[in-house]
Design a protein around this ligand. Structure first.
Ligand SMILES: Cc1cc2nc3c(=O)[nH]c(=O)nc-3n(C[C@H](O)[C@H](O)[C@H](O)COP(=O)(O)O)c2cc1C
Length: 324
């Protein structure tokens, strides 16, 4: 299937694996890219820019297909060394960067200078328009359903995607709640040129996370995610567990007085304990409502082949309806 997104990134199928903290390592990114999608290494999971350079080199050893690096711009005081991160990306010969968080206006000129395509992930049409204005090549439109940070507007993809289609000139992919061929065809119908998946790619053979994480996603239903940190205007959709329920109790008790320090135990430094050690009660970790649609742990190739194969069957069915 050829779309503006496959052409832009030089990939076979319009399927992207979004950057994921402690999940987006070379193993997953290369598996997605080898299967014809676009895999993504997550820059901030690497402790130093030198580690990122090493991860990019590892990924290159595992695939000769295009892959990208996710760079999340955090609104923190102690910012990571972004210039060194960008340098590692450029020197590593990476040709696609997925940005998220704050918009990438400061790094765009240098990325463009090196022929790197930039897809910015955003949760609002106004942010997508800003990304277009500053020169991003594409956007990932992340609906309220998504795992991770859905923003504060709470607009689901059934509305957000057609709104994006009405306003944007650059190509965009759907993100949030995407799992299968139905997601892909619906996204295309709403004007997207492909889809980005996070949670679905965690429950794959190659995702280098503890088996408990994959099984938790398979066991979860669409009712099992919660929104945390809303009072801090840093809303995150996570899978519920005892730590998350404790965190929500604190939010209810403290109301508008809640500070980050109050919930530090439930959110800070929990990713390695969950993703590596499989301690599923350690704290809050991002997970999308789409968990309700995930019932197996295929290889990335099985998953992507199945999506593309079933997409053909859906297209044929829609054509039949059209001709009836
Ligand atoms: C465990 C996990 C970690 C994530 N970490 C990041 C991250 O570090 N940076 C980022 O831009 N997005 C991150 N995301 C968001 C994904 O890239 C993607 O936008 C989102 O998962 C899409 O929603 P879905 O889970 O419904 O597919 C994360 C998502 C998950 C599930």
């Amino acid at each position: 299937m050829q779309t503006k997104i496959t052409k832009l990134f030089g990939i076979e199928h319009p399927i992207i694996q979004g950057g994921m903290h402690y999940v987006g390592y070379a193993e997953l990114a290369s598996a997605v890219s080898n299967a014809g999608g676009l895999g993504m290494i997550t820059a901030l999971t690497q402790k130093t820019p030198a580690d990122l350079a090493n991860e990019i080199a590892r990924c290159r050893d595992m695939t000769d297909k295009p892959f990208g690096v996710n760079v999340t711009f955090l609104p923190t005081v102690n910012a990571p060394d972004y210039p060194a991160i960008i340098d590692a990306i450029i020197k590593g010969g990476v040709k696609v960067v997925e940005t998220a968080g704050n918009n990438p206006v400061e790094v765009l000129p240098i990325l463009k200078e090196h022929g790197i395509k930039v897809i910015h992930k955003c949760t609002a049409v106004r942010h997508a328009l800003k990304a277009q204005k500053i020169g991003c090549d594409a956007v990932s439109v992340d609906g309220f359903e998504c795992g991770g940070h859905p923003g504060e507007d709470d607009i689901p993809n059934m509305i957000l995607l057609p709104r994006a289609a009405d306003e944007l000139e650059i190509p965009f992919v759907s993100s949030g709640g995407q799992a299968d061929a139905r997601s892909l065809i619906a996204s295309l119908a709403m004007g997207a040129e492909g889809m980005n998946m996070g949670t679905r790619f965690i429950a794959t053979q190659e995702a280098p996370v503890h088996q408990n994480v994959k099984e938790a996603i398979v066991a979860a239903s669409e009712l099992d995610t919660r929104l945390v940190m809303r009072p801090l205007r840093n809303t995150e959709r996570v899978l519920t567990n005892s730590a998350v329920e404790r965190l929500l109790d604190k939010e209810r008790e403290l109301g508008a007085n809640l500070k980050f320090e109050d919930i530090i135990e439930e959110v800070a430094g929990v990713y390695p304990r969950i993703m590596k050690e499989g301690d599923m009660e350690a704290g809050a970790w991002s997970c999308g409502m789409v968990a309700g649609l995930i019932n197996d742990i295929p290889t990335c190739k099985e998953l992507i082949d199945r999506i593309m194969h079933e997409a053909e069957a859906i297209t044929a069915r829609l054509q039949k309806i059209g001709n009836a």
